[in-house]
Design a protein around this ligand. Structure first.
Ligand SMILES: CC(C)(COP(=O)(O)OP(=O)(O)OC[C@H]1O[C@@H](n2cnc3c(N)ncnc32)[C@H](O)[C@@H]1OP(=O)(O)O)[C@@H](O)C(=O)NCCC(=O)NCCS
Length: 179
């Protein structure tokens, strides 16, 4: 995976009805550690990272690269959206395409925040890099993620075995201009 490269970064904050999407800042460090050390968040992602390792190695403003959005609710980080170039993706249909990932703190699940934030990030992407399809890989057993992918308009390309589980590869076509 590579970052998005030639986009304006940090971006102007993206505002939705309830959330702000923005680049990472120093004040997000504790929330990033919570996110990356959470067994619940990483149940379908190969397991969490050890908290002491994260405390030691996490930089001041973590994950500050083009395409990594902090999702902010009332001034606090509740999740991260990752838009990356899937160079080296093991499935040819996804290789080189833009890939969407999402990680939210468990206390923020079940309110529609992930759907609201991902839709806004995809809207931002359509302006920053127009006309590109977006891919998404998730374990098919990850029911919440599968529901979210469908809500966002991703449709199945294929299922494949990797990392000891069945994976679902979805794709979302770029919006076509109307009128
Ligand atoms: C995947 C993940 C982001 C989904 O989070 P989520 O909160 O379930 O997703 P949504 O934002 O779509 O919210 C949907 C739920 O909010 C509910 N909801 C409550 N208020 C709502 C509102 N105002 N608007 C929309 N939905 C609302 C919906 O009914 C739905 O509930 P349901 O799942 O019981 O049907 C979250 O589980 C997560 O971070 N998992 C760990 C990371 C991960 O596995 N990522 C996938 C790999 S990239």
């Amino acid at each position: 995976m590579e970052d998005l490269g030639a986009v304006v970064w940090p971006p102007e904050p993206v505002r939705t009805g309830r959330l702000v999407l923005r680049a990472s800042e120093i004040r997000d460090r504790a929330a990033f550690i919570e996110l990356l050390a959470s067994p619940e968040v990483h149940a379908y992602l190969g397991g969490p990272r050890p908290r002491d390792e994260l405390e030691r190695e996490m930089p001041g403003a973590p994950e500050r690269w083009p395409g990594s959005f902090v999702v902010d609710l009332d001034g606090s980080m509740i999740g991260q959206i990752l838009l990356r170039r899937a160079t080296g993706h093991r499935r040819p249909a996804a290789a080189g395409k833009i890939d969407l990932g999402y990680l939210f703190l468990p206390r923020a699940w079940g309110f529609g925040y992930a759907a609201e934030a991902c839709a806004a990030a995809l809207g931002w992407l359509a302006g920053a890099l127009p006309g590109e399809p977006v891919v998404l890989t998730t374990q098919s057993a990850n029911a919440g993620s599968m529901r979210l992918a469908a809500k966002l308009g991703f449709t199945e390309v294929e299922r494949f075995e990797a990392w000891g589980a069945e994976q679902w590869l979805g794709m979302r076509s770029p919006a076509t201009p109307s009128g």
